[in-house]
Every structure is written in C-alpha cells, then in structure tokens.
Design a protein around this ligand. Structure first.
Ligand SMILES: CCCCCCC[C@H](O)CC(=O)SCCNC(=O)CCNC(=O)[C@H](O)C(C)(C)COP(=O)([O-])OP(=O)([O-])OC[C@H]1O[C@@H](n2cnc3c(N)ncnc32)[C@H](O)[C@@H]1OP(=O)([O-])[O-]
Length: 695
C-alpha cells in the first residue's frame, strides 16, 4: 500500500508533498513478528520501500504518534522529515527479538544521529521518548497537539526546497576523531554483555559496516547479517519469549473465569515490613504512582527503612526526566511512613513483606483480617510458604493471595502471583492488574512449596552441590552455567543471596540442626541423597558475600569480587576422603545436563500437577526472575530445542547412576510427550488428561 501510494503521489502533478502517518494514533510497531517464523511472509522486503520513500521527488514527512519501532522507524528514516508527538516513543528493538534492523536502519540511523547514539539504540533496542529523539536529531520537531496537522504544515513549508540534503543514504556517517578506537572499545563492551547472544554483536557489525562502506554495500552487509540471525535459532527463542510474556496475561480459573477488572477505584496501598524486600516494593509502588503507606513494627526499623527507601527513590528520580517532580515522594499524600496500625482501616490493598516465618505471618494476617476494611485485599510476599495456611489465620481467605516479588523488587520484573484454595478470581485479577501497573510481569501460579520458580531451582542447586561432592569445584560448575548464558552460576548466586537463608529453611524442615534425629546418616535424609556441604559451610560462619567467605572468598565482608578459595578445595577433598567418595573428573556436558535437565524435569512435574497453566508460564518466570539467558527462550523452550527424547535419555542415564536422587527420575509427563513422538511445545498441554486442575 505504501508503495502504491507513493507511486501515485509521484505521478500526480497536483500532489506537492506527502505525509505518512499511522492509524489510531500509532505510527507503527514494525514488522509482524509472527511473520519471521514463516519465510513466505517475508516475501515483501521493506528496505526497497524505504529507499523508494527516500527517492521521492516530493517531500515526504512522517507524523509519528504512539510508537515508531523497528521497521516503523525505518520507514520514518526513509522520510525526508520527521515530526513526532511529545508522547511518542521510538526505537529499533529488533535486537530484543534476536534480529537486527533489516530495512536499512543500521545504515541510515548512524548517518542521522552519529555512530555512538546509533550503536546504543541498535545494540540495546531501547525505546526512547520523543524529547530525547529531538535532542539526538532523530526527529525535526515535536508537538503537544495534533501531529498530523503539524506534519502537513511542515510539508507545505518545505515544498520546493532541495531534498538531497534530507536523503540519509546520501549523507556521510559523521566522523569521530577516534572512530577506530571507539569502535574497538564498543565491540568489546557489546561482546562482554552479550554472553553468547549473537544479535548485539551482529548489530554492531552492521553499524560498523556503515562506517567503512558506501551505503549500498552497507545495506548488502546488513541483509547478510540479518539472514544469519534469522536462521540462528536465537531469534526463534526470543520471539517465542515475546509472545510467551503476552500469553501469561491471559489466565483462567477452574470454571474458565477470566476477570479483567480492577476492584478499586483508587488504591491506597500498605506495605508492611520495611526490610530489603519491603523497601524495593515501596519504591516500585511510588514509581507506579500508587499512594502508599509503609508500616513497620517499631520506630527504629521504620527510620532505617525510610532512609533506605529515600535513597532508592532519589536514585530512581535521577534516572527519569523530571523524576523528583513526577515521583513527588516527599508528599505525604503519595508516601507515608508509620508505626500506627490504625492506618490499616483505610487501605484497599496490603502487601505484607515481613520475615519469612509462618507463625509471624499468621499472627499478622489474623490482625489484618480484624482491622482491614471488608473489601481489602491481603497479599503476602513469600518465596515458599503455604498460602492456604496463611489464609487460614483470617476470616477472608478469598481475599488472601501470594505475591512473590524478586529482589531487588524495584528492579526485577517478575511477580509470581500465587492463589490459594479459596482465593477469588477478583483477587487474582486485582493482583495481575497491580503487576501491570507496577510494570512487572505477573504470572499466576498454584500453591506448592517453592511455587514454580524456586521449586524448579531446588533440583538445579541440589545437582550443583552433588557435583562438588563427586569431584567438581564451585568455579567449574559456575563457569559452565555462565558460559551457557546465566549472569551468575549457582554458587556465586548462593553467595550473593546468603547461604544462611537456605540453612534456616533446612533447619526448619528438620533436615539439619538440633531437630535432626540423632544417628541420622550424613548423606541421606528420608531415604534420599542429601548433601550436608552447605550446612557445613554455614556452621563455619561462611554465609557468602556478607561474611566475605562462602563458596568463594571475597576481598572483605560485603565484598563482591569472588575468587576461588583454596580452603574450599582442601575442604572438598577432605570431605570426599571422610565419606569415601572417589574424586572423578566431571566434564562440562555432565555439569550442564545434570543442572539444567533436573530443573526442566521439575518443570514437567509442575505442568502435570496443574501448578502452572503452560510451559510459557515457566519460561517467563525463568526469563524474568532467574536470569535464564533470553536467547535460549526459557527452560521449557530450551528442552524443546534440545529435543525431549534426548532430555529423557540423559535423565534416565543420570538417574540410573544416582538411584537415590529422585529429582533425576524422569517425570511421567516428559515420558508421555516422548512416547507420543516428541510433541511440539505448543501441543504439550493437550496431552494432559486433567488440564490445569489448580487453575
Ligand atoms: C528480507 C528481510 C526483511 C526484513 C524486514 C525487517 C524489518 C524490521 O527491521 C524488523 C522489525 O520491525 S521486527 C519488529 C520490531 N518491533 C518490535 O519489536 C515491537 C514489539 N512490540 C512492542 O514493543 C509492544 O508490543 C508495543 C510497545 C508496540 C506495544 O506495547 P503494549 O501497548 O504494552 O501492548 P502489547 O501487549 O505489547 O502488544 C499488544 C498486542 O500486539 C501484539 N504485537 C505488538 N507488536 C507486535 C509486532 N511487531 N508483531 C506482532 N505482534 C505484535 C502483541 O503480541 C499483543 O498481542 P495480543 O494478542 O494482544 O497479546
């Protein structure tokens, strides 16, 4: 249509200028991402159309409203002028779906805004607001009112002016005094951050080509690189992740009810507990423009918490344009700190974020149930505790729901939303809406120990520790998983989170500590293999970063630079001697497979139990809360790319070698999917006889 329109306009002498706009207040979100999975729909190449726009003999003005992303922005770059609405956002986000701008955007953008800014936009895929686009010279004008009228005004003004200088393909790339050095440094940075993710590196190469070759050759290079990415497999993983994230917004209850309404006109939210988690939650709420009261049990904790929240908010405000004014967090109508439980009467929604202790949580929920107004929703921030048991302390279990935030809560996007046996659909809908307002990805899951994310994490960490018993070292295991794409491996993660957290939980479960029955075997619990290694470290005061020693050693207590610790190496060999374990060499493949496949195996069990309604939900949780590398699409998608028969065969092999490790025993659901012929991921759930009984 664009091509036809342009040709008609060019041929019609009564047309003096052309204006291109989108429909319904949106310029364009770019190519249809679904089209990339079918080569047929890629038939129409956008690049030549962009060139056609640029070569028009009549001035073409883009009127950008809403978004101009990807191919949308590339179309705008072909125009001779760009007018944007002040609220519009622009970007070349192709890298986030594993691609690069394939319609000449990598060649035009650096010519317009210079190499540093273009590289930044293209390799990160970030969306920038119109005000920033104006500063960069990406748009010629921004308007508060009618963009289309403004674009037409500009078009009328420029009729008859020479178009040569406005054709980006004819412009040279602006020179930098130190272009070589700049590019070298930028490439190192891109590579370091990509950790196996191809698209940023190829985006870099395409922009580099713009600095080294004439426009037409640069375009050829861009097309070659685009094809490499298109067939890399990473693009499919990222595009799957894009749609998976949107699919988790669609949730249903046992009767198929899916309520999408907010039950409160205006929310006054109360955050209870101002520890690290509470501080992050309050910061996110203020950022989401939700009036919030932060409550602590005593003044000492309150003042400490208030100070920390203020530091976080100041920092957030600095990142935003007009941040302090927008956040307005010194205004008591927006944010109050109190120790007065009477304020609970007026709040619509409570997020409790006290210490992870069942007795304490029950006591608080009993109190909340007595004080809060009848409609108030009561959320508990917990990473593993039973929502039904917490709800049983109230007279309104239908209004109790789990909201598992991830630390730091003002940064991490994931919010696991856990419904109990009595949680009402409107409570789920409200929690989902809250997630959306807080710009988080809410995923509805069922109630079980560890919910989805942590439940899948337990066997992964368990395998990592077993590998140490058998002959590996923390740094070797971490390296394999970091090479796979995780930001940090399980041991560095454990040091960061604090080894004492798990120790406390194991003591609570009677797996270690004083409640462990006398005479228990060191490496067996309840008939299963158990590793006391983490407990032994904790007994020696090695809690991780906070004590300067854990699985690694650090420069000081609270230090962040992990270095392999010879003490740990000696300790491990002594441990193996004590327990007569023969040290063996464990290769990278075994490390990777045992850690990942045990996690994936638990995912299949979760799906079969109806704790989550589809593999996409598990993947979205892992991508947004556990640092799973995005270009691998999430654990369940990864399993589908490895092939379920291979995952099954490997689990069978490892399970035979370790018969006392139940988490290596292949799940019945995985076996079934292999038996039916390696079913594709989107069909998995149709092979469950009872679908999502808990949702
Ligand atoms: C020979 C080679 C030729 C190559 C040519 C290359 C051209 C070019 O370089 C490549 C591209 O443009 S790549 C593209 C680069 N562009 C991007 O990567 C932009 C990706 N999109 C976004 O970032 C966000 O969706 C927006 C900011 C646009 C809206 O955010 P919001 O307001 O929170 O809304 P929301 O919930 O997010 O979306 C609403 C609905 O729209 C759907 N949908 C949206 N975009 C889609 C798309 N492009 N496609 C399909 N569907 C798309 C979305 O799934 C959802 O559907 P549902 O059924 O209701 O679930």
């Amino acid at each position: 249509a664009l091509e036809d329109g342009l040709k008609k306009a060019d041929a019609d002498p009564s047309v003096k200028a052309v204006m291109i706009c989108g429909e319904n207040g949106k310029f364009s979100a770019g190519a249809d991402i679904r089209g990339f999975s079918s080569p047929k729909t890629l038939g129409v190449a956008l690049g030549p159309i962009v060139s056609l726009i640029e070569s028009s003999e009549k001035p073409v003005v883009a009127a950008i409203e809403g978004v101009a992303l990807g191919g949308g922005l590339e179309v705008a770059l072909g125009c001779h002028y760009r007018v944007a609405h002040a609220k519009a956002r622009m970007g070349l986000p192709e890298v986030t779906i594993g691609l690069l701008p394939g319609a000449e955007g990598t060649q035009r953008l650096p010519r317009l805004i210079g190499v540093p800014a273009a590289l930044d936009m293209i390799t990160t895929g970030k969306h920038i607001p119109a005000t920033e686009a104006l500063k960069l010279g990406l748009v010629d004008e921004i308007v508060e009112e009618n963009t289309i009228e403004a674009a037409i005004r500009l078009a009328n003004k420029v009729i008859g002016q020479p178009l040569g200088p406005r054709r980006l393909s004819l412009k040279p790339v602006p020179k930098l005094p130190n272009m070589e050095a700049f590019l070298q440094e930028a490439q190192v940075k891109v590579k370091r951050q990509a950790r196996g993710f191809l698209a940023p590196e190829l985006c870099f190469q395409a922009v580099q080509a713009a600095t080294q070759r004439p426009f037409a050759e640069g375009v050829r290079r861009e097309r070659e690189l685009f094809q490499v990415l298109l067939s890399s497999g990473q693009a499919q993983a990222l595009q799957y992740a894009f749609f998976a994230e949107r699919a988790v917004h669609r949730w249903a209850t046992p009767g198929g009810i899916n309520l999408l309404f907010i039950i409160f006109d205006s929310i006054l939210l109360l955050s209870l507990g101002l520890g690290t988690m509470g501080q992050g939650i309050v910061t996110s709420l203020v950022k989401a423009n939700i009036p919030v009261v932060a409550l602590e049990q005593n003044l000492e904790y309150l003042n400490k918490g208030r100070k920390a929240v203020m530091v976080l908010l100041e920092r957030e405000a600095k990142k935003m344009e007009g941040g302090a004014q927008k956040l307005d967090f010194h205004n008591p109508a927006r944010l109050q700190f109190t120790v007065d439980f009477n304020l609970l009467h007026d709040v619509d929604l409570v997020i409790e974020a006290v210490f992870e202790n069942m007795a304490l949580k029950k006591e608080i929920f009993h109190k909340l149930s007595n004080i809060c107004k009848p409609g108030a929703l009561l959320c508990t921030n917990t990473s593993a505790l039973d929502i039904d048991e917490i709800a049983s302390a109230t007279s309104r279990p239908q209004q109790v729901i789990g909201t598992h935030f991830f630390s730091p809560a003002h940064v991490m996007r994931l919010l696991e939303i856990i419904y109990g046996r009595h949680t009402s659909p409107s409570a789920i809908a409200t929690a989902m809406q809250l997630a959306k307002d807080m710009k988080k990805v809410g995923v509805v899951v069922g109630n079980c120990f560890g919910f989805v994310g942590n439940r899948m994490m337990f066997p992964y960490v368990e395998q990592a520790v077993f590998l140490l018993e058998e002959g590996s070292r923390p740094e070797a295991v971490d390296q394999v998983l970091e090479d796979f794409g995780f930001k940090i491996g399980p041991f560095r993660m454990s040091d960061l989170a604090g080894l004492d957290v798990g120790w406390r939980s194991r003591k609570g479960q009677g797996l270690t500590g004083p409640s462990l029955p006398a005479g228990s075997s060191a490496r067996q619990r309840r008939g299963q293999r158990y590793s006391p290694l983490p407990d032994l470290l904790c007994e020696r005061g090695r809690f991780g970063q906070k004590t300067g020693k854990g699985w690694y050693q650090y420069e000081r207590a609270g230090g962040r630079t992990a270095t392999p610790d010879p003490w740990i190496h000696g300790f491990l060999s002594q441990y193996r001697d004590t327990h007569r374990i023969e040290t063996r060499y464990i290769d990278q493949e075994e490390i990777l497979e045992r850690c990942l496949f045990s996690l994936i195996n638990e995912g299949f069990a979760i799906l079969a139990e109806g704790i989550a309604s589809g593999p996409e939900h598990l993947d979205v949780i892992y991508l947004n809360g556990y640092g799973w590398p995005k270009h691998r699409g999430g654990p369940m998608f990864y399993a589908s790319t490895v092939g379920l028969p291979r995952v099954l065969a490997k689990l069978q092999k490892y399970s035979e070698a370790h018969p006392d490790v139940p988490k290596l025993r292949p799940s019945a659901f995985l076996k079934k999917l292999v038996a039916v012929g390696n079913a594709p991921l989107k069909e998995w759930m149709s092979y469950l006889s009872r679908q999502s009984p808990k949702l």
